[in-house]
Design a protein around this ligand. Structure first.
Ligand SMILES: NC(=O)c1ccc[n+]([C@@H]2O[C@H](COP(=O)([O-])OP(=O)(O)OC[C@H]3O[C@@H](n4cnc5c(N)ncnc54)[C@H](O)[C@@H]3O)[C@@H](O)[C@H]2O)c1
Length: 259
């Protein structure tokens, strides 16, 4: 894809799941990729071992709920590589609970990782991008930013805010040649979804009734949308959210498998 070759790309949450798929795609496109992991060093080591045959990749462990740590992360990457061309805000967490029972600490945790970190990392990166003459940012939203399911209030709110975040900053930063967009995935089988199945909250068979494509998507399919929006192929696009969800966000009523 045009404009990804030789670029310095940060992918938060790139140590597993969708983020690892995104990191892989950017490496295949010729970018240098810095993957950011949270606490799990084994995931980070495994991802680097898996991805390094494709291209230059390193992992950094950063707690994205910590504002100073986010600033340091961006400064460290810029100091080491001399620039930041692309930022993919992908790290996210889910806590499922009825809104009436949701602990305030848990609400803050979800909002901080899923939304505040996206804002802080974006503006730190944008300071460098502005001096460089431009850059591109892609944030991972969710189908839940538009299709609101129960027991996910903090998550749904955080993801709806991500769509607002890219629209707001897209308008503000277009003058600096910084584009910022979002990709809203549907259901992809990762640890996050597996946890929901294990907790008895996610029922895949039921979900398929509202997914017109009637299948889970693959991390590679999300990575394609992210690579497109980050690349020069999307040079005229900013502030948008691209739903990559098998049609979920356009579905009306649930349908049976054979309809
Ligand atoms: N899996 C899906 O079906 C689905 C659907 C829609 C949106 N999403 C979104 O896609 C993104 C990736 O989800 P996934 O399914 O791959 O999740 P995952 O749980 O498999 O991976 C999450 C990643 O985020 C990192 N992370 C979590 N908290 C962190 C913190 N405090 N500091 C630093 N890193 C932290 C983890 O280390 C991990 O690399 C998330 O934003 C999620 O909301 C996922």
């Amino acid at each position: 894809m045009k404009g990804l070759q030789g670029k310095i790309t940060i992918v938060t949450g790139g140590t597993r799941g969708i983020g690892k798929g995104i990191a892989k795609r950017f490496l295949e496109e010729g970018s240098t990729v810095i993957i950011i992991g949270g606490k799990n060093k084994d995931d980070a080591n495994q991802a680097v071992a898996e991805l390094s045959p494709i291209g230059p990749v390193e992992a950094m462990m950063v707690d994205l709920s910590n504002a100073e740590a986010i600033e340091k992360m961006v400064d460290d990457v810029a100091a080491k590589y001399g620039r930041i061309d692309i930022l993919v805000n992908n790290a996210g967490i889910q806590i499922r609970q009825w809104a009436t029972e949701f602990q305030v600490e848990d609400f803050d945790k979800v909002i901080n990782v899923n939304m505040r970190a996206y804002y802080l990392a974006s503006r730190c990166a944008a300071r460098y991008m502005q001096k460089q003459g431009g850059g591109s940012i892609v944030c991972i939203s969710s189908g839940n930013s538009q299709c609101f399911t129960s027991q996910r209030s903090a998550y749904n709110i955080s993801k709806a805010a991500v769509n607002g975040l890219v629209a707001t900053l897209g308008v503000e930063w277009a003058r600096f040649h910084i584009r910022i967009n979002a990709v809203a995935p549907g259901y992809i089988m990762t640890d996050m979804i597996q946890k929901g199945i294990d907790e008895g909250i996610i029922d895949i068979e039921n979900i398929m009734k509202v997914i017109p494509m009637k299948r889970l998507l693959l991390p590679e399919e999300i990575a394609s949308s992210v690579a497109f929006l980050a690349s020069d192929e999307a040079s005229g696009i900013t502030g948008q959210t691209l739903f990559t969800d098998g049609g979920w966000s356009k579905a009306g009523l649930p349908e049976n498998k054979d309809l």
